[in-house]
Design a binder for this molecule. Structure first.
Ligand code: LHQ
Length: 254
């Protein structure tokens, strides 16, 4: 359900239920969680790239998973939340390549990428309200931060289907590329990050996620603490040495 492939420091994760538009099930979420935990443990993985197999990125929760049964969504969401915690706390930079429709929790997962690319034909829809649900998987947290409250209200109350270009204009993705070049460009970006100062990326993400709940005083305090940590990395030493020697740095992710 989740294909994994390592290429030059990049762990490529592909949601793989193409016949179901990569709709999410409990089993798929658990597998995704496991592969993310493995990525954290593997020093050879310096960046993660997440995409979907077939014509979709992910249609969100598999609406056929529970059949006629009435599931306890609060309990089911624990599986989603574990994945969201794994993505937001991933110890490596995360690139997401949105290859097709991203809906509901599928869109939420896509937004957790530190850098997000979309194929020209990809679409985005929050979808939740269309089936009488509230945003989840971090959508309520990320969407207003990415697009502002007014746009988040529109996207959540009306659930329009946004094109990749709309998503780019709103800041939901950073780049739109022709479908046939999506993976090439996403891998190039992931490879670039895989050669970078891993810890600095992860600490930068942490700072950005904290920004909205901290006072200026607290943000300055956290910057100082995390700068202390970044300053103790070998990658920082190497960066400064390379700058002095007027050569490109060779970061090792340590
Ligand atoms: C699907 C799905 C799908 C199953 C398309 N499941 N089959 C919820 C519940 C509980 C707790 C946890 O949190 C969540 C979070 C959520 O994610 S809620 C939101 C769930 N997702 C949706 O409501 C999205 C529903 N799907 C769509 O809006 C569209 O299908 C998208 C935009 C994904 C793709 O549109 P199209 O490219 O036009 O394809 P399509 O609509 O024709 O769908 C193709 C097939 O895939 C179709 O089946 P069929 O047998 O008619 O060919 C769909 O029924 C099936 N499918 N999404 N989530």
């Amino acid at each position: 359900m989740v294909l994994t492939e390592k290429r030059e420091g990049v762990l490529l994760l592909t949601l793989n239920r193409p016949e179901k538009l990569n709709a999410l099930t409990g089993a798929l979420l658990e597998e995704l969680h496991r592969t993310l935990a493995e990525a954290n443990r593997d020093p050879a993985v310096r960046a993660v790239l997440l995409t979907g197999a077939g014509r979709a990125f992910s249609a969100g929760q598999d609406l056929t998973e529970f059949g006629e049964e009435k599931p306890d969504y609060e309990a089911h969401l624990r599986r989603y939340n574990r994945v969201v915690e794994a993505l937001s706390g991933l110890e490596k930079p995360l690139v997401v390549a949105v290859n097709g429709p991203a809906a509901g929790a599928g869109m939420s997962l896509a937004l957790w990428g530190d850098l997000r690319l979309a194929a020209a034909g990809a679409t985005f829809t929050t979808a939740f309200v269309r089936i009488g649900l509230v945003p989840d998987s971090g959508m309520s947290f990320l969407l207003p931060r990415l697009v502002g409250l007014a746009k988040a209200q529109e996207l959540l109350f009306l659930s329009p289907r946004l094109s990749a270009e709309d998503a780019l204009a709103l800041g939901l993705v950073h780049r739109v590329v022709p479908a046939e070049r999506l993976m090439e460009e996403a891998l190039a970006l992931a490879r670039e990050l895989a050669q970078g100062p891993t810890r600095a990326y992860v600490l930068t993400r942490k700072l950005l996620l904290e920004t909205y709940r901290l006072s200026l005083e607290e943000a300055l305090g956290l910057e100082a603490i995390l700068q202390g940590e970044a300053g103790r990395t070998l990658d920082h030493e190497e960066g400064v040495r390379a700058f002095r020697e007027k050569r490109p740095p060779r970061f090792q992710g340590r």
